[in-house]
Write a protein of this length. Structure first.
Lengths: 880, 117
């Protein structure tokens, strides 16, 4: 053991001391010969004969030297270094080839690593919590009315915690927080921040420990207690420069001192897991006693006891949830009609994306294949022109394995260099993606190029090196020494077999590109369909800003809003303005709604609630179909009024006029004064639910969004608008004035993200396939220059030569397109669930793809064909 | 020498070198090669040059030492001598070799008896 270690060390030392050791060996060998000669002379031989005998007895001096070097050093490393230096020399000589190969590889590998990083984070890597596989989301997936039907009341939460046997603990968070729902005050202009209320046991249930400070204590969960907050790591870094002394101090939120009790670890990002596309800054305790009358507000997360399966938990939920009361203070209301699905948290967070991400992953896989095919082709062309070199080296005694190793070294060097640049590209792409806060994908902000990604890079680099190095390697081993050494100048046509191989490569490349393009085309058409969906309102020329307002009593809300709107309406360029507490495609909640005097149990699904001012409908571009808009004198002391959407109105009173009828909103008698269009409240691809609009003068709004309809660009209006709002209320925080279209963008961002990526991949694939066709045809024209020259000398016209080359190109392309289209049909069925309003067999997409591929192939073949037709027979025949 | 010379078995040259140095004390490469040739009665096919691979290998394993010196006829030469570890290794190798050759002897003897029956 010790001996072999010593030997390894000595070998390593010898490897780095070649020169002195060689010199010493030479001296030793010389002395050996001299000693032998001396002895021979003393036996009476002549000096020449003595020397001759000595050399014979010694054997080959050079061999002895080599053997000694092998015995003392690291021979495999020597060979590797030789191969490497030779590789670098040849690659440097072929600079154009090397650059293109590395560029293609870098793009292919970069795309793969970037997508792998995303897939790894969203699908493969466990959530950054303790034992995340035991964490579940407890949620009613059948809920028809948004968040309110997927959440539970505080009383139901308490009963669940007390009565269940499946969970170590159940925790929750307030599901109706909106972005920028708090203001950091005390230092100049109030700064909007986002806070989430979580139950006291939230972090313990997830298994998250604060990086600094501590978690909530029980007395901080009581009514009227000293307010405390935990900060998210990124907020602490950004806002407080990572000041560790902040813990224990108070910051001012909404003009109230709040004590910072801790900072959460960097790995904890509430928004990334629970509210994709938003950035949460502070977490505050949910004071249960304050929330008991708020209705269904808690989103629940449970930690299963060890040994309890999902199915057992589900069985218990099926039995337990229907018995939970909505409110313990009103036992007469009875059980709250609750249901629950128990879903592994990870599946809940990223399950919906599984298919999309796998499609994306496959797409980059196909890209890598195309890259390999392309490089294979390039290397094959190179191998053909290097066949003489290899034959020469074989003749000089290089073994076949040594040559194969040389080729493999070359492809490895290429792919590893490509991988290095690819890693750079992936890093740039991932960094870019992480900072796209507006893409509503879970965990996106936590994506990074990590060790797993590095491993993946190495793996695909090796795999692709073998893959594209294989073809020239195979060709090499089939190469006939004699034939290659004979003068096979560029005028000679290549062997048929060789030609067939290159043809097959081009066909597969075209087919793969065709599949990619079809998939991308179908997804693109789906995306356009989604954008075309009538959302029910008009996002163009409208923008919104979060308002701060001060109204102690409900009776003050109307006048305050009216005053703000009067000022805003007077601004130049403003068409109209209105206020709503909740905008479409953003947060939502729902309340009970049923026609008065009817028993609607069983059919009741809860209605989305929008508390609005007059003119809001106009400002957001909602069509009033019947009746009237809300008016400023619909005040709290008058008749309660409501505007319904068409879906509710039709369901309540099919074929009858709803105007003037009475409904019960949360049990209160309310008169229907109007009917509006349906709005896609939670996404263009989602179904429309019940919706109602209530006057801000009669119901407390949950915050306020000012919506302005204007022909001016948002930026042009933002300054004056902010000045106006500040003049009314100096406490107006520096919230952003955003076009309503941004809400739409946010809602379609996941689909856009996928479409964009798949499109980029498809275009890249198309480009590579084009290059591949061009390369092969152009190469074969070059090889056939002489042959074409002869044919032209014998009377073939230019047109005929041109047609011949193009026909050859199109034959390859058409076979590829046919195969690709066949494969596309299968792939299209596989991605059918990702399509929207587009059939998997969409004839337009298929036709366009076939036409594009055909056209591209034609152009790629036309250029070399033109060159072929311009060959001057005299020159062509003379050049050999 | 009508008979063909014996090819050396893998690893046996190392053993011979160690034994030669153990027996003769300090020797240079030429001396070791000559000694082996003499002892074997010139029956071993030995290119003297191959001894240097063996020497460097033994040296790297720490079984022999080397230093420059002067030969009896005033030639500069590199002298090798066996180390303590080398002697231990030699003992182990010798035992191993004896066991192996003993086994081979017995096996061959058995085949002989079978032939007589």
């Amino acid at each position: 053991m010790m001996d072999s270690l010593r030997e390894a060390l000595n070998r390593l030392r010898s490897f780095f001391n070649k020169r002195p050791l060689d010199r010493q060996l030479d001296e030793e060998l010389a002395s050996h010969l001299n000693l032998a000669i001396d002895e021979n002379i003393s036996h009476g031989l002549s000096p020449e004969e003595a020397r001759r005998q000595a050399l014979i007895r010694f054997g080959g001096v050079q061999q002895a030297r080599e053997k000694q070097r092998e015995a003392r050093g690291l021979p495999w490393l020597d060979v590797l270094l030789q191969d490497l230096s030779y590789t670098f020399r040849t690659l440097r000589r072929d600079r154009g080839f090397t650059c293109i190969a590395i560029l293609i590889l870098a793009l292919g590998i970069g795309a793969n690593v970037a997508v792998f990083s995303v897939v790894n984070t969203i699908l493969l890597r466990p959530l950054p919590f303790q034992n995340p596989q035991r964490l579940v989301r407890i949620v009613d997936l059948s809920g028809k009315s948004g968040e309110s039907s997927m959440t539970y009341s505080v009383d139901a939460f308490d009963q669940l915690r007390a009565q269940n046997h499946s969970y170590e603990d159940v925790a929750g968070y307030f599901a109706f927080s909106t972005v920028d729902n708090m203001n950091l005050t005390g230092h100049g202009v109030p700064q909007p921040i986002t806070g989430i209320m979580v139950t006291g046991n939230f972090f313990k249930t997830l298994g998250v420990q604060p990086m600094l400070g501590r978690l909530f204590t029980p007395d901080e969960l009581l009514l009227n207690t000293r307010p405390v907050a935990l900060l998210e790591y990124s907020f602490w870094k950004r806002q407080y420069g990572g000041d560790p002394n902040l813990v224990g101090k108070a910051i001012e939120i909404d003009k109230q001192p709040v004590t910072v009790i801790g900072v959460l670890p960097e790995s904890f990002d509430f928004g990334a897991v629970f509210e994709p596309g938003t950035k949460v800054d502070v977490l505050t305790p949910a004071i249960e006693d304050q929330m008991r009358d708020w209705g269904n507000t808690l989103a629940l997360i449970g930690r299963l006891k060890s040994g309890v399966t999902i199915q057992q938990a589900q069985n218990e939920a099926d039995a337990l949830f229907p018995k939970l009361h909505f409110s313990m203070r009103h036992p007469e209301w009875g059980p709250g009609d609750y249901k629950a699905n128990v879903v592994v948290l990870k599946d809940y967070v990223s399950g919906k994306l599984r298919r999309s991400l796998i499609v994306l992953w496959s797409a980059v896989g196909v890209i890598l294949l195309i890259v390999c095919v392309n490089l294979s082709n390039l290397l094959l062309a190179r191998a053909a022109s290097r066949s003489k070199e290899f034959a020469m080296r074989t003749a000089l005694g290089a073994g076949r394995s040594r040559l194969a190793r040389q080729l493999l070294t070359e492809s490895l060097v290429l792919s590893l260099t490509g991988a290095m640049f690819g890693l750079g590209i992936a890093y740039a792409v991932v960094t870019y993606l992480v900072h796209q806060g507006s893409i509503a994908l879970p965990l996106l902000s936590t994506v990074k190029v990590d060790g797993a990604a590095l491993g993946w890079t190495l793996l695909i680099a090796m795999a692709s090196a073998v893959l594209f190095g294989l073809a020239p390697g195979l060709r090499m081993s089939a190469c006939n020494l004699q034939e290659a050494l004979k003068d096979s100048g560029p005028g000679m046509s290549d062997g048929r077999k060789h030609e067939r191989m290159r043809g097959a490569l081009v066909i597969s490349e075209v087919a793969l590109a065709c599949v990619l393009l079809t998939g991308a085309g179908l997804l693109l058409r789906s995306f356009l369909r989604v954008l075309d969906v009538d959302l029910g309102f008009t996002p163009d020329h409208a923008a919104s800003i979060k308002l701060d307002y001060n109204a102690p009593k409900l009776a003050d809300v109307g006048p305050v809003f009216q005053r703000i709107l009067r000022y805003v309406d007077a601004l130049p360029g403003v068409e109209t303005a209105g206020i709503a507490d909740s905008l479409p495609l953003s947060w939502n909640r729902s309340w009970g709604l049923q026609p008065k005097g009817q028993d609607w149990r069983g059919r009741n699904q809860g209605s989305y609630v929008y508390i609005v001012t007059p003119e809001y409908l106009h400002a957001i571009g909602l069509r009033l179909i019947e009746g009237r808009d809300i008016a400023w004198d619909d005040t709290a002391d008058k008749q309660q009024v409501v505007i319904l959407n068409q879906t509710v109105a039709r369901e309540f009173w099919p074929g009858e006029d709803p105007i003037g009828r009475m409904v019960e909103v949360n049990g209160k008698d309310t008169r229907v004064i109007g009917v509006v269009d349906d709005v896609k409240q939670s996404g263009a691809e989602k179904k429309v639910g019940w919706q109602m609009y209530l006057p801000a003068m009669q119901q407390w709004p949950e915050g306020a969004n000012l919506v302005v309809r204007t022909k001016l660009p948002t930026d042009a209006l933002a300054g004056t608008l902010m000045k106006t709002l500040r003049s009314i209320d100096p406490g107006q925080p520096a919230t952003e004035f955003k076009p309503i279209a941004m809400l739409v963008d946010h809602a379609v961002s996941p689909r856009k993200f996928f479409v964009l990526l798949v499109m980029i991949f498809a275009e890249f694939g198309l480009l590579l396939a084009t290059l591949g066709i061009y390369g092969v045809i152009s190469y074969s024209v070059t090889r056939q220059t002489q042959e074409i020259g002869i044919r032209m000398a014998l009377g073939a016209t230019q047109g005929r030569v041109l047609r011949g080359v193009i026909a050859k190109t199109m034959r390859l392309a058409l076979i590829g397109i046919a195969l690709g289209t066949g494969a596309s049909v299968v792939v299209a069925k596989w991605i059918a669930s990702l399509l929207f309003g587009t059939a998997p067999s969409d004839p337009i997409t298929f036709t366009v793809v076939i036409l594009i591929m055909g056209a591209v192939a034609f152009i790629a073949g036309y250029i070399p064909a033109l060159r072929a037709s311009c060959i001057d027979p005299m020159i062509a025949l003379r050049t050999n | 020498m009508a008979e063909t010379k014996l090819d050396l078995l893998q690893g046996t040259l190392d053993l011979m070198v160690l034994q030669t140095l153990a027996a003769m004390g300090s020797l240079h490469g030429y001396g070791i090669a000559r000694r082996i040739e003499q002892v074997s009665g010139d029956a071993v096919l030995l290119n003297q040059g191959t001894i240097y691979a063996s020497l460097v290998r033994l040296q790297q394993r720490g079984w022999i030492n080397a230093r420059w010196g002067t030969s009896e006829n005033n030639r500069k030469a590199r002298f090798y001598s066996i180390t303590r570890a080398g002697r231990k290794q030699l003992a182990a190798d010798t035992a191993h070799w004896e066991r192996l050759s003993g086994v081979i002897d017995r096996v061959l003897a058995m085949a002989d008896e079978g032939g007589k029956q």
